[in-house]
Ligand binder design. Structure first.
Ligand code: PMP
Length: 464
């Protein structure tokens, strides 16, 4: 303690929990990278923030800027589309500062994340994941509508609000520079809104332009291809499991000029590494930490002995107890190793079909023609090439019998939910439990070669 200018005793006390944000530890990775990645690997463990994630930093930064610029007024309502962590930061700050919160999130996020937001009194609206960002049902659109309709409200807009990256330019970057005494050579970060990598990366490169900044991306996201070709390719977009990183649009907070390279990591590799971080390092971190560590291992050939590599661990493992840290969930997704035949073997043996699809605005009779010409029992339905639904023979027959005129209407009107996606390493035993009367096929994706196959009940019957 010491004395401030007013003569009051200044104790080492945080006036509110918000003062406890930041100054998180940098922890050496001792086991996972030993003998695999050259150099020193350090994790910036952001779980020590009050909301257990790095997002507390930018949440408070965005609120304080909105207060300063008059966009957020006393007693106002904070609105945001959030996968949970930003919501947590906003919800905590809202409690301290006296605001109300309404969040929209997607049905892909862990239930634990939603419940945690409610613990702070926030209202949460869960929206479907597999729709375009522009779709009125998307969590982006619903939050924009709320902003228009709720009086005295302000949408934080973490994707395009540059106060997000500014928080990391002002805090995360300088902390890493000080903690490594300027010896950092590489920064490895999972990219979602882009705030962390762009802000911290820009600060660090200003100190030393030789620092390399590597972004970790998911299969199913647009970042890597956009960085490498300048093309925003909708074909890159499909549903994936990894949480918190990858996007199907380009947020303003992603500064591509700061990022030297994007590395994509599969859902399985990310999930398996998330578990290893807990078991081998004793650090309980979330899914994107697993993704970032797995990505670093993929890039090990680019590392040398003198490197000081900092990997950001964005959030806490407790948010994933129902997922990556749950054996049943891991088995169900095919992420736990097991012996026996896998989808890859079926593909190699020619026991799986090529994926055929039609666009959702095409008439039902096109589906009928495609199915009868090729003798398919089921097809996928796309919207702008993106998988949005499915159709199988029995259902099509029922619809046509009930109302023959349906033939000339868009297939969208009668389509069923899209077939589930699994990784090509999924065991056949598991595939067989996923195929049910209601779900007649699964899509198998070889993420490394970017090919998708369909495995149906009749394909499976040949190997069981
Ligand atoms: N990991 C997790 C768990 C996250 O919630 C986020 C934010 N979406 C990220 C990584 C990516 O961070 P940023 O948004 O700053 O790019």
């Amino acid at each position: 303690s010491g004395e401030d200018t007013s003569g009051r005793v200044a104790l080492m006390i945080c006036e509110t929990i918000l003062d406890a944000i930041g100054q998180t530890p940098l922890v050496r990775i001792n086991t996972i990278t030993r003998g695999v990645v050259k150099g020193t690997v350090l994790a910036k463990v952001e779980t020590f923030n009050p909301g257990n994630s790095i997002k507390d930093r930018m949440a408070v930064r965005m609120i304080e800027e909105a207060e300063r610029t008059g966009k957020l007024k006393a007693g106002g309502t904070i609105i945001e589309g959030t996968s949970g962590n930003t919501g947590m930061g906003l919800a905590i700050a809202a409690v301290v500062k006296g605001y109300r919160c309404i969040f929209t999130t997607t049905d892909k996020q862990s239930k634990e994340k939603v419940d945690a937001l409610k613990a702070f009194g926030a209202e949460v609206i869960v929206c479907p994941t597999n729709v375009d960002p522009e779709d009125p049902r998307s969590y982006y659109s619903v939050s924009s509508r709320l902003e228009r309709e709720v009086p005295n409200s302000w949408k934080a807009n973490q994707y395009d609000n540059l106060a997000n990256a500014a928080a990391h330019y002002e805090q995360t970057g300088p902390e890493i520079w000080a903690q490594t005494e300027g010896r950092i050579t590489h920064l490895v970060v999972g990219v979602g809104t882009g705030g962390t990598i762009s802000g911290a990366g820009r600060y660090l490169k200003e100190q030393n332009p030789a620092i390399r900044v590597w972004g970790i991306d998911t299969y199913g996201s647009v970042f890597k291809k956009y960085k490498e070709t300048g093309i925003f390719d909708k074909h890159e977009i499909y549903p994936y499991i990894t949480e918190g990183i990858g996007e199907d649009f380009l947020p303003k907070n992603v500064d591509f000029s700061v990022i030297d390279h994007f590395e994509k990591v599969t859902d399985k590799d990310a999930a398996v590494m998330t578990r290893r971080i807990a078991r081998e390092e004793g650090i309980f971190a979330g899914n994107s930490a697993g993704s970032a560590m797995a990505g670093l291992l993929q890039l090990r050939d680019r590392c040398s002995d003198d490197d000081v590599i900092v990997v950001i661990f964005h959030d806490h493992g407790s948010r994933y107890l129902g997922k990556m840290f749950n054996d049943d969930w891991m088995r169900e997704k095919g992420f736990l190793e097991s012996s026996g035949m896998t989808a890859r073997d079926m593909v190699a043996l020619g026991l799986s079909g090529e994926l055929r699809s039609i666009e959702c605005n095409e008439p039902v009779e096109h589906a009928l023609t495609l199915m009868s010409e090729h003798d398919f029992s089921q097809i996928s339905i796309t919207h702008d090439q993106r998988l949005v639904g499915s159709l199988h023979e029995a259902h099509l027959y029922d619809c046509l019998r009930a109302r023959p005129a349906v033939k000339r209407e868009p297939v969208e009107g009668i389509m069923l939910p899209a077939f589930p996606f699994v990784d090509i390493s999924t065991p056949v035993d598991l595939l067989s439990t996923m195929i049910t009367p209601a779900n007649t096929a699964v899509l198998v994706r070889d993420f490394k070669t970017d090919k998708t196959f369909i495995i149906t009940r009749s394909d499976l019957m040949r190997v069981l």
